[in-house]
Design a protein around this ligand. Structure first.
Ligand code: HXC
Ligand code: NAP
Length: 281
C-alpha cells in the first residue's frame, strides 16, 4: 500500500530496536528506505537485527545504551549523529514490565520499570529535541505505550508499567502542543497483545492464561507485527503531517470489551503467585 521509498532519506532511532516490536518496526522502516539506528542494553540482538537489515540491502547501525542513564543517552545521540549526520525521527519503544501483586513489589522493582519507560523516554526525547530546536530542523517522535495507558483505566498487576506509560502519554500530548512551533510532531501507539519473547515471558503466566486471553479477545487472535509496523509507518510519514498529540490504539477492540488488560489475573490464586515468585528467585 505504501510507496517503496516512502521513508527514503529518513534517519530513525529506535530504542529497544533489536527485539520484538522494535525489531519488526526497524525491518519495515528499512524496507521503505529509512536508515536505522538501533539501541538497547544487549549488543547481540542489536547486531543481529542490524545485520538482517543490511543483508536485505538497507542501512542500519547500532550502539548499546541503557536509556535510564541520561549521560549515556547523550552519547548515544552523538554516536547516531556521527554515523548519519542527523537523526530526524525517534521511536521510544524500550520498556520493562512484569506481572506482580503490587503489595509484593520492592521500591527497586517499581523504579526499574518507571526509569526505563518514563525517564528513558524523557531522556531520549529531550536529547534529540534540543538538537532539533537548536538546528531548526523539526523532528518526529513516536512513543509506544499500552492500552491501559490510553484508556485511562490502568491495569492491576502491572502497576509500575501502567503508571509509567500513562506518564509517557501525558508527555506525548503535552509536548505536541509545546513543540508544534518547533515543527516537532509527537504521537503514540497503544498496542494490545502482540506476541513477543520479551512480553510473553514476563506477562503470560501460563499457557492456560494465554489461551484464555486469546479466547476472550473479540477477534479471537493476537496482533500481527506487520499490522503494528504499518501503523507506525503511517504516523511517522508525511501522510500524517497533521496528526499530532494523538494516541492510536491497535488492539482489535480488546480494551473496549473490558478495561485493564491484566485485571483478569484476579482469578490467579495466591498459591500460583507464590509458585511463580519462588521460581523467579
Ligand atoms: C517482582 C521483580 C520481577 C518480578 C524483577 N523484579 N522482576 N519483582 N516480580 N517478576 C524486581 C527485582 O527483584 C529487583 O528488585 C528489581 O525488580 C530490578 O530487577 P533487576 O532484574 O535487577 O532489573 P534490571 O536488570 O534492570 O531489569 C529490568 C526489568 C526486566 C524490568 C526487571 O524485566 C527487564 O530487563 N525487562 C526488559 C524487557 C521487558 O520487560 N519487555 C517486556 C515489555 S512488554 P530488588 O528489590 O530485588 O532489587 C510490555 C507490554 C505490556 O511492556 C502489555 C502487553 C500485552
Ligand atoms: P521486548 O522485545 O522485550 O522489547 C523491549 C526492548 O526494550 C528490548 O529490546 C530491550 O532490550 C529494551 N530495553 C529494556 N530496558 C532497556 C533499557 N534500560 N535501556 C535500553 N533498552 C532497554 O518487548 P516488546 O513486546 O517488543 O515491547 C516493545 C514495546 O511495545 C514496549 O514499549 C512495550 O511496552 C510495548 N507493548 C508491547 C505489547 C506486546 O503485546 N508485545 C503490548 C503493549 C505494548 P535490552 O533488554 O537489550 O535492553
Amino acid at each position: 500500500m505504501y510507496q517503496p521509498d516512502l521513508l527514503k532519506d529518513r534517519v530513525i532511532l529506535i530504542t529497544g530496536g533489536g527485539t520484538g516490536l522494535g525489531r519488526s518496526m526497524a525491518l519495515r522502516f528499512a524496507e521503505l528506505g529509512a536508515k536505522l539506528f538501533l539501541t538497547g542494553r544487549r549488543e547481540e540482538p542489536l547486531q543481529k537485527t542490524a545485520d538482517e537489515i543490511c543483508a536485505a540491502g538497507g542501512n542500519a547501525a547500532y550502539a548499546s545504551c541503557d536509556v535510564r542513564d541520561p549521560a549515556a543517552v547523550e552519547q548515544l545521540m552523538d554516536a547516531a549523529e556521527t554515523e548519519y549526520g542527523h537523526v530526524d525521527t525517534l521511536v521510544n519503544n524500550a520498556a520493562g514490565n512484569f506481572i506482580a501483586r503490587t503489595e509484593k513489589l520492592s521500591a527497586n522493582a517499581f523504579n526499574a520499570v518507571v526509569s526505563i519507560v518514563l525517564n528513558g523516554t524523557f531522556y531520549c526525547t529531550n536529547a534529540l529535541a534540543r538538537r532539533w530546536i537548536a538546528g531548526k530542523t523539526g523532528g518526529n517522535v513516536l512513543n509506544i505505550v499500552t492500552t491501559y495507558a490510553s484508556s485511562s483505566s490502568g491495569s492491576g498487576f502491572v502497576v509500575p508499567s501502567a503508571c509509567a506509560k500513562a506518564g509517557v502519554l501525558a508527555m506525548t500530548r503535552s509536548l505536541a502542543v509545546e513543540w508544534a512551533r518547533h515543527k516537532i510532531r509527537l504521537n503514540a501507539i497503544a498496542p494490545g497483545p502482540f506476541p513477543t519473547e520479551g512480553a510473553w515471558s514476563r506477562l503470560m503466566p501460563t499457557k492456560e492464561f494465554e489461551e484464555h486471553a486469546k479466547n476472550a479477545h473479540p477477534m479471537k487472535r493476537f496482533g500481527r507485527h506487520d499490522e503494528l509496523a504499518n501503523l507506525a509507518v503511517y504516523l511517522l510519514s508525511p501522510l500524517a503531517e497533521y496528526v499530532n498529540g494523538e494516541c492510536v490504539t491497535i488492539d482489535g477492540a480488546l480494551w473496549l470489551r473490558g478495561a485493564g488488560e491484566f485485571n483478569d489475573l484476579l482469578a490467579v490464586p495466591d498459591a500460583v503467585w507464590e509458585t511463580m515468585e519462588k521460581s523467579r528467585k
